[in-house]
Design a protein around this ligand. Structure first.
Ligand code: NAD
Length: 258
């Protein structure tokens, strides 16, 4: 069997959070294109359903949509149970849902800080441990978390201390789980994208005006495309990455190199 065949995900079952649109939609599409059955998990059920239908039609795979607020423990447990029930098991997941609340630290409210931490970091703990518990007792699996280059650098000019801290936490959580579960068949890795053209950036009133400044700082002079994150996620979900755990993959066009 050649390397491309070995990288396929035929017979695997997984879910992606925050998959109604953006990066999550892209990786969910790639997982299905590689042969997996996939659940599109999002708090926006209507868009998730449209996305699931679109991916199912394009790939012929079983693609379901599930409503879930990833900050709610009971909802995450119910979502994982439903994935297992409808897809017949769980081999991989991509904890990807996230938000960005920008405010100068001396003006940021504690409520804003906590909201950012809840959606970007606490939710990853919930998703990883609830999915992980299933995988640990059912032959193993692979977990992918979306961190950010903001885990490694302080982005400018926008003030986003809570976002940066939450994403740094995702990487250290990833490494901690990877070490704890290394001998038990569950691998945990993260991706750290640079600025990517999604609704989070392109449709944000505060971020969109900054794109020209980011591009001026970027070695490649442009934003990344969500499609440019797909292949690493297919690799991490599959069986050619069985020695890869606890790693963070920078996908930022060299933005963090200087
Ligand atoms: P996006 O805003 O386009 O999509 C995010 C999706 O997550 C939406 O469909 C939204 O409904 C869903 N979501 C938000 N809160 C949720 C919750 N509590 N429960 C369930 N679903 C929820 O964003 P994106 O650009 O695709 O970003 C995806 C991930 O990538 C985020 O974690 C983000 O921090 C990270 N990231 C993005 C960029 C970028 O430049 N776009 C760069 C680095 C990292």
């Amino acid at each position: 069997m050649g390397i491309i065949e070995k990288m396929r995900l035929d017979g695997k079952r997984g879910f992606v959070t925050g998959a109604a649109r953006g990066i999550g939609k892209c990786t969910a599409t790639a997982f299905a294109e590689a042969g997996a059955d996939v659940a599109i998990v999002d708090m926006d059920l209507e868009t998730a359903q449209a996305t699931a239908q679109e991916i199912a039609q394009a790939t012929g795979r079983k693609v379901i949509a599930l409503k879930c607020d990833v900050t709610d423990e009971a909802q995450v447990q119910a979502m994982v149970d439903e994935v297992v029930r409808q897809l017949g098991g769980l081999d991989f997941c991509h904890a990807n849902a996230g938000i960005c609340i920008n405010a100068p630290a001396d003006e940021m409210t504690y409520a804003q800080w906590k909201k950012n931490m809840d959606v970007n970091l606490n939710s990853v703990f919930l998703t990883d441990t609830i999915a992980g518990r299933y995988m640990l007792s059912h032959g193993g699996g692979s977990i992918i978390n979306t961190a950010s280059m903001s885990a490694h650098i302080v982005n400018v000019p926008q003030p986003q201390c809570a976002y940066n801290a939450s994403k740094a936490g995702v990487i250290q959580l990833t490494k901690s789980l990877a070490v704890e579960w290394a001998k038990r068949g569950v691998r945990v890795n993260s991706i750290s994208p640079g600025y990517i053209g999604t609704d989070l950036t392109l449709s944000s009133e505060t971020l969109k005006p900054l794109i020209a400044q980011w591009n001026a700082m970027a070695p490649m002079g442009r934003l990344g495309k969500p499609e440019e994150l797909e292949s690493i996620c297919v690799y991490l979900a599959g069986d050619t990455s069985t020695f890869t755990t606890g790693a963070d993959f920078g996908l930022d066009g060299a933005f963090t190199c200087f």
